[in-house]
Design a protein around this ligand. Structure first.
Ligand code: ADP
Ligand code: MG
Length: 267
């Protein structure tokens, strides 16, 4: 080639470019029962690094239970949960070290923000960094300020939660989760408790997070988020995955009757 003839060394493609994307989250045969009631029925799921999955489905279909099993807030009754290089099997008791590692790699944001009311916004975000990651107060507060700016709340550091709107509190809760450097973020109906307008500012933060490559599973009723931000949409009913696929396909051209019914009802 011309380049070689001139003695120019071509820059090699970085190895990562050709590497297959690996699943960061893998669920195999995951099951959960409450009493005699099967709430999760042999769920298999792979979520690639950087993928955003929206879970939608009727109330009681097992969406929250699925998220809680992924980070072992609820121990599953059967199957395997893999996050990165950690695999936990329901058949074997997890060691406290493994549990701590798994939980640390998974950030979770709930419908209710659960901020500590007696602490400033800054302390709310810093505390776990000091306790869990052993960061110094100065390091933790620097990281907290970075994240507060990222969620558009750089001016709220000294405020108490009660003085913040619901949308601002939820953005603080997102910053608090991100402060522990999770590999994965799970969101359980993060905007359901908010007025639509305040929900939008939270969704904007989530969209930004998605665009920066965070791996996310989001249980939501926000159909525009499911269609426009997530890569994949998954419909749950009765503890099973009814349908799953690229978001625009599932939202615009659902294949299963159960999905069609659900989408008609929410639109
Ligand atoms: P979703 O989030 O889709 O509304 P959930 O995961 O909260 O559904 O609940 C799925 C089913 O499991 C429901 O029938 C619910 O009543 C039941 N369930 C959830 N948590 C518990 C629990 N801690 N004890 C007993 N039953 C539960
Ligand atoms: Mg729920």
């Amino acid at each position: 080639s011309v380049a070689a003839a001139r003695g120019v060394r071509l820059v090699e493609e970085p190895a990562i470019a050709g590497a297959p994307k690996r699943p960061l989250i893998q669920l195999d045969n995951l099951s959960k029962r409450y009493g005699g009631h099967t709430v999760l029925d042999s769920i298999d799921l792979e979520v690639m690094s950087g993928e955003v999955v929206a879970i939608i489905g009727p109330s009681g279909s097992g969406k929250s239970t699925l998220l809680r099993c992924i980070n072992y807030l609820e121990p599953p009754d059967g199957g395997f949960v893999t996050i990165g290089d950690i695999t936990l099997s329901a058949a074997m008791p997890a060691s406290s070290t493994e549990l701590a590692r798994l939980r640390r790699s998974v950030g979770m944001v709930f419908q209710s923000f659960n901020l500590f009311p007696h602490m400033t916004v800054l302390r709310n975000i810093s505390l776990a960094q000091e306790r869990v990651l052993g960061r110094s107060r100065k390091e933790a507060e620097e990281r907290s300020m970075q994240l507060l700016k990222r969620v558009g709340l750089g001016d709220k550091a000294g405020q108490y939660p009660a003085r913040c709107s619901g949308g601002q509190q939820q953005r603080v809760a997102i910053a608090r989760s991100l402060a522990l450097d999770p590999q994965v973020m799970l969101f359980d109906e993060p905007t359901s408790a908010l007025d639509p307008e305040l929900g939008l500012e939270v969704l904007a933060v989530m969209r930004e997070l998605a665009e920066t490559g965070m791996t996310m599973i989001v249980v939501t009723h926000e159909m525009s988020f499911a269609e426009n931000v997530s890569d994949t949409v998954m419909i749950m009913a009765d503890g099973r995955i009814v349908e799953k696929g690229p978001s625009t396909e599932v939202m615009r051209n659902p294949q299963h009757e159960r999905t069609k019914r659900f989408l008609r009802a929410v639109h």
